[in-house]
Structure formats: structure tokens, C-alpha cells
Design a protein around this ligand. Sequence first.
Ligand code: ZN
Length: 345
Amino acid sequence: MKALVLEKKGVLALREIDLPSHVGPNDVKIAIHTVGVCGSDVHYYTHGAIGKFVVNAPMVLGHEAAGTVVELGSDVKNFKVGDRVCMEPGVPNMNSRATKLGIYNLDGDLTFWATPPDHGCLTPEVVHPAAFTYKLPENVSFAEGAMVEPFAVGMQAATRAHITPGDVALVTGCGPIGIMVALAALSGGCSKVLISDVSAPKLKIAAQYPGIIPVNILEQKLADAVLAATDGWGVDILFEASGSPRVYPTMFDHVRPGGTVVIVGLPVDPVDFNIPAAVVKEVRIETVFRYANVYDRAIDLIASGKVNLKPLISETFSFEDSIKAFDRAVEGRPTDVKLQIRMST
Ligand code: ZN
């Protein structure tokens, strides 16, 4: 089947490749409609690796997808051909201890689309377990369906934060994930969310959402903005979504006594934590690795209209132009949040 293949670092090809097509009893076959271009796909393209995951063989990219069910496994009862769906790209070992505990995102045997050695979904058809496939309500488009995956990371962060209604949050980093975290935090009950970055265009995109307050740290000290927004008290929750080690030295200064820090961004190298600063405030520290058990709630929020991800879709490319889409992502235009590839019309 034709697919967007990362041959090796820096080399993409749109070509035929052998992919599994057998539909097992608990699987569905899905005709892919829309796939989002993710920072991780782009990182594999430009660097050939993320941490311990190294591209040693050609790999199909893409993990943020929506499409239509075209074939059902013999034991699948809860879908029918023609259902519009989105898919969770990580599939755990269903018998593992982590899966049984509900923390299947932490299962050591988890396979994840477009994470070496597993192929992704930038191809016209995929076979996927029905258990990790989710129906899209009529009012949720395929484009929004393909946004559920990155939004799920925000959902996981908001869930781990244990938000109390009215909480004030700060998100450090205004990339796609930072914005997703801010939207999930607002929908989870935060009264306002400050979001900090050095990029004025990115902050402008985030600021179009009511409740999100942009802080350009080139123009304003973050500490001043936080104290002004919280009457000198500090935020209830700080979500770190930049992955930048520069956030860490002053991180706990922004949090109120008894507040929470949620680490979402994954720094490339180990970073120093100012533990004494955290201890004297009894800060609760949470971490986020992908997500588990949030897809249904993410889809419901989008369908309810409480979360509108459409303004974050910057441009849509055809499958034939998918290499162009990736080169555009590498360019890193500050006005681009999410680029998508549409497999069919
Ligand atoms: Zn992604």
C-alpha cells in the first residue's frame, strides 16, 4: 500500500510498502481520512530518533488520525461499516499488569504508531483494535477527529492536575501541546490560564480563546505577570509544556503554597529540580506520559462545543503533498499550530 515512509533521517518517500492488512477478530479496518502532522513525526524526520527510539528501518509516519470503518473483525459488535472514527495510536498488551491497572500508556510492550519500530497511519487504510477506536459524533469533523490525539495529552495533564473549580493555571510553552493543555484546563474548571512563550504570533493564536491570558516573556517578567494575575499568591497549577530546561530554575516561584506542578513537556536531557523550593511550599509534582482513558471525554468535550480545536488547524495538504506538509512543518512558521494531511475528500 502507498504510504508516507521515513526511509532514514532526512529522507521521506511517498511509496508502496508492505503493511499488515489482516483483520483479526477484534480489529477494524479503517479508511484513513485525515492525519495531523505532529512534532514527534517531524523530529524523527529531522533527527532520526527521539531518546531511545531510533529509526533503524523505513517507517511509515503519522499517529493523529480519523477515518471511516470499512471492515469489521468477526467478534466486533460495537461498530458498523461506515462509522466515522478516530483512533488511539498506542496499543498495549491487554494482559499486562499496567493495562490491568488502567495505566496502559505505561505498559512496556505498548506499540505506538510512528514510534520505531512501529509503522504509523499515513497510508490509505489501517487495521486497528476496535478497543482503541472511537466513534465520532455527527457534529465532529474528521479534521477535529484527528485533533483528538494531541488534545488527549492536554486532557491527561488536566486530569493529573486534579483541578478545583476556579483554579488559576499557568502553562509554560505556547506550542500545540501548550494550547491543548490550556484548553483542557479551562474545560476542566480553571477560571483563567496564563500561557507564556517568546513567540508573539503563537501567543496571539492562544489569546483568541476566552480565559487564556498570553504572557510574552520577552516583554514582561513571568513572575510579575503571575503575581499580578493572582493577587501576589501564585498559580494553583503550573503546567510545564515547553520541554525547555530554562523553565525549571524558577518553576516553583510561580506556584502558590500547596499548589501543583504538572510536567508535560519532555526535556531531551535530565534537568535539575529545585527541590528545596518545592518542599517549603509543599508543591505536588505530577508527570504526564501520553494519556490513558481520556479519548471518550475528549471527544465529548469537542462535540459539546466547550472545546473548539478548529482554529488550531493552520493548513491542510493532500496525501500527494505530504512531503511538502512535513517540509513546511520543519520550516516551523510561528503562525502554524497544526498542519494536517487529508487522504481523501
Ligand atoms: Zn502527536
